[in-house]
Design a protein. Structure first.
Length: 255
């Protein structure tokens, strides 16, 4: 199988990086580039590439507008490229569509590319169209923010109001909800929980910790931009270094 691939991104360095990664794939015969959504629409209509690497966030005509303009039923297979956007990535997961999170790593690119070519010629076009339409619907109608957790306990279901949760902890493929002295276990990934929580009320401070902002008593800076986060309950947590700027922005005075 020899593939023609179109790379669509408004950032030259991103296009260059993706082109280099594509150049290491023996199935790729040719790579063309589009600098914006308008160029992408024209090239997809003219060239009919086998695969499109499509940036989501572009000025004026973004990735979703490109799909709408070309038509989901006429779009080639897509790997979306995106900066972190909780609703966008959740929508891709809902639709089972491949996406790459910037900055794109070689390992993640290789996995997405392998999945994409595995589907080429095997999945009916109708199925691919349904996937894209499901993604667009999820973007247009993002999930409402969660107000309560439904926790199974034996044969019963316990409802835990979101505002009663002090902090959330990742635990393998589960999360633990800490509410006062009580702890509840949910079989839900951490990223899925984060996507449906109100970002004004809950703050991810570590890949394994989300805290209720109203339960934070104090922050103490420690090494490498990390913080010791003390909750009103006395619980102390340590933030991850990659979350330092997010913590500063969320908890700074608004003046």
């Amino acid at each position: 199988m020899r593939l023609s691939v179109l790379v669509v991104d408004d950032e030259p360095l991103v296009r260059e990086g993706l082109r280099l990664m594509l150049g290491r794939q023996p199935q790729v015969e040719s790579v063309s580039e589009a600098r914006n959504g308008r160029e992408a629409i024209a090239l997809i209509r003219e060239q009919r590439p086998d695969l499109v690497l499509l940036d989501v966030q572009m000025p004026r005509t973004d990735g979703f507008a490109v799909v709408n303009a070309v038509g989901a039923e006429r779009m080639p297979p897509i790997i979306f490229v995106t900066a972190h956007d909780q609703y966008a990535t959740r929508a891709f997961e809902i639709a089972a569509i491949d996406y790459l999170l910037k900055p794109v790593t070689e390992e993640r690119f290789a996995l997405a590319f392998k999945r994409a070519i595995g589907r080429l010629g095997t999945a009916p076009q109708e199925d691919a169209t349904k996937q894209v339409l499901a993604m667009l619907d999820a973007i247009a109608n993002p999930p409402r923010q969660l107000e309560r957790f439904a926790v199974r306990s034996g044969e019963s279901t316990i409802f835990v109001p979101v505002n009663d949760v002090d902090w959330i902890e990742a635990f393998q493929n589960y999360v633990r909800l800490h509410s006062g002295a009580a702890t509840y276990l949910l079989h839900v990934p951490m990223n899925t929980i984060e996507a449906v929580l109100d970002s004004n009320r809950f703050l991810r401070i570590h890949r394994s910790h989300i805290v209720n902002v109203r339960r934070i008593a104090q922050l103490c800076p420690i090494a490498h931009g990390q913080y010791a986060v003390e909750l009103k309950s006395g619980q102390r947590l340590q933030s991850g270094r990659t979350y330092s700027e997010r913590i500063r922005r969320a908890l700074a005075n608004p003046f």
